[in-house]
Design a protein around this ligand. Structure first.
Ligand code: BJW
Ligand code: ZN
Length: 255
């Protein structure tokens, strides 16, 4: 059965020049990376404030870096899934395409997406909070393993932290500006696998809508965004996105 059976949406897809996509943890779920919230979410078991905040890191750096090390291992062993790969193909159908991700796993880039904005950083990067020096994973792991208390410290004495955005922290300015511009300019905005609760990322589809974009949402569950969208495709991103790509391609080729 066809996904796109709405004439307005077909027209929009046929004529769209600017497409923006926002992804969240749900797109990587089928790669075996746990989501945050929801049935199999990691925060059903662990409180976010205890782990994804600067206060938590400052209080118990060893625990927080160990949590990130475990997640890094899961991500290293994971591969992009058909959902990530379909977005690589969808990118080729439109003159201007921006992929905005909240994920820190780098799977979009590994799949081959080009114009990608990482709003919440990348788990593979680490830096010293005092002097700003960056450390690659090998250096970082070596520092943790040789530290007497498993707390990673730079030569300058500063703590070394993952380059991710915790609650209460500003998002990278450049990434955020580009994301807002892409959302504002978009004719079509696709939200994939995000609970649409964490701001400012969650504001992007609303901004796109206010500026005339048509919204598509792909999620296994309804979210606060669902009432606003033109089309809600309920199901796993790894199944829906390849089908959406197929149908978008047919519509664009017929144009
Ligand atoms: C599938 C699927 C499948 C499953 N296929 N779908 C205004 C009001 C109130 C509070 C705030 C506000 N503005 C800002 C705040 C505070 C806060 C916030 O938004 N809080 C809300 C929770 C209320 N925001 C911030 O603090 C942000 N900073 C900020 O605003 O700075 C300015 C400021 C400073 C000081 C004071 C006030 C403002 C920063 C947010 C940083 C978020 N960081 C994290 C951790 C990153 C590092 C790490 O990974 O460890 O980012 S939190 C976590 O949530 C992570 C994610 O990127 C983010 C979003 O989660 P996401 O991707 O949506 O995942 P889930 O798990 O929630 O959802 C998965 C979805 O997939 C579900 O819907 C499933 O159904 C679906 N799904 N399988 C398709 N196969
Ligand atoms: Zn330093």
């Amino acid at each position: 059965m066809a996904l796109i059976n709405n004439a307005h949406l077909r027209d929009k897809i046929r004529n769209a020049q600017n497409v923006a996509v926002l992804t969240g943890a749900g797109i990587s779920a089928e790669s075996g990376i746990p989501t945050f919230r929801g049935e199999n979410g990691i925060w059903n078991k662990l409180s976010p404030q205890e782990l994804a905040s600067f206060e938590a890191f400052y209080r118990n750096a060893a625990m927080v870096v160990e949590w990130y090390r475990q997640r890094r291992q899961i991500i290293n062993n994971a591969s992009p899934n058909p959902g990530h790969r379909a977005l690589v193909e969808i990118e080729k159908l439109f003159p201007h395409f921006t992929l905005i991700t909240q994920n820190i796993d780098g799977l979009h880039q590994r799949a081959g997406s080009h114009n990608t904005i990482e709003l919440h950083g990348n788990i593979m990067e680490n830096y010293c909070i005092r002097c700003g020096r960056h450390f690659n994973i090998t250096e970082f792991d070596h520092i943790i393993d040789t530290s007497f208390d498993h707390v990673p410290r730079c030569d300058c004495g500063g703590l070394i932290r993952p380059n991710v955005v915790w609650f209460g922290e500003m998002l990278p300015q450049d990434a955020l500006e580009h994301a807002f511009q892409a959302a504002e300019k978009s004719d079509l905005f696709i939200s994939v696998g995000t609970s649409a609760q964490v701001r400012p990322a969650a504001d992007l589809p609303f901004l796109a809508h206010e500026n005339g974009a048509m919204l598509i949402e792909i999620n296994t569950e309804l979210t606060p965004l669902t009432p606003l969208v033109e089309a809600f495709f309920q199901g796993p991103a790894g199944i829906i996105l390849p089908q959406l790509h197929q149908e978008m391609q047919e519509i664009r080729q017929a144009a």
